[in-house]
Design a protein around this ligand. Sequence first.
Ligand code: ADE
Length: 235
Amino acid sequence: MNICIQITMAEEAKPFIELLDFKNINPLNTPIPHNLYHTNIEEKIIHLIVNGRVSDHVSYLGTEMASLISEASLRLLKPDLLINAGTAGGKQSKGLKIGDVTICENSYYHDHRISIPGYHEYFKGNFSSTSKYFSSIKNLKSLIPSTISTGNSFEMNPSDEETISSLNSSVKEMELCAIAQVCSFYKTPWIGIKAITDIIDIDESPTSDQFFENLNLACKNLSISLRDIVTALKD
Ligand code: ADE
């Protein structure tokens, strides 16, 4: 089995690289900035692709980069399964807390606005993770099944907030729906795993300080869940 794991920030990937002893290998033949790593677990070939950096501490992020990196990964690595892993904001009113690890059941965009009939439905996203791979791991006890929504802002405006509520989304991040969309073109199953760094439904909106304070805990938990997932996955 050939698995590709896509992670946006080097900080998010670091504990997982250490845990599974990934080796840095030559990048893919694409000008899109990224770093590529490889390891094996039993008979499984695992590639980890991590977005490149704009500068020392700034990673390329958001849906455009996510689409470009997943397209290159799917075309050149031809994985049986693409896993998008990373961090996200979560709703405490849905029972989520800092450090929880969620698995995506349904994926939407929360910042796409177009009222034109036909376009409106398609532009919301709406991808479900329903593959045999998803079924084989969704009951791992560390994973909280969630609706996850994607937008190109860390901060929420009132429209994002309203859409997130109407979608019944409990997790907010910046890549997954774009990756699910690219996977749908390649007919490749996908799984979304997001660890919570900040709470989005309290009076004070999440700050970058809150994100960085909780990043280590969230990414440590993420790495353990990812290890359990790749160990449990079966063809
Ligand atoms: N990643 C981590 N926290 C986030 C948030 N609140 N919004 C979008 N992406 C995030």
